[in-house]
Design a protein around this ligand. Sequence first.
Ligand SMILES: [Zn+2]
Length: 109
Amino acid sequence: MVAGVGNIYACEALHRSGISPRRLALNVWGSRAERLAEAVKTVLTEAIAAGGSSLRDHRQVSGELGYFQHTFRVYDRAGEGCPTPECGGTVKRLVQSGRSTFYCPRCQR
Ligand SMILES: [Zn+2]
């Protein structure tokens, strides 16, 4: 669980840091927690630079659509190949607390 980040960005940050969304938060510590904290910062910085993610009705203050959704690695990509080089896994969808979570079971542990 990544509190307060938002489902899309939590999925993307977990994939980048190689952490399974099934892993309990109490088991994310040490170097794993450091990787996750870095990934959250990177994903949010990239998303802000891209103007956010327009899935339904999000728009920037200017009225323009965001375009970070085009760079999602796992979010809404169930059935597609994992984008991590040489992983060879397939992105899966998992429902947790009524929300869809997307992850690669091969490289996210
Ligand atoms: Zn993978």
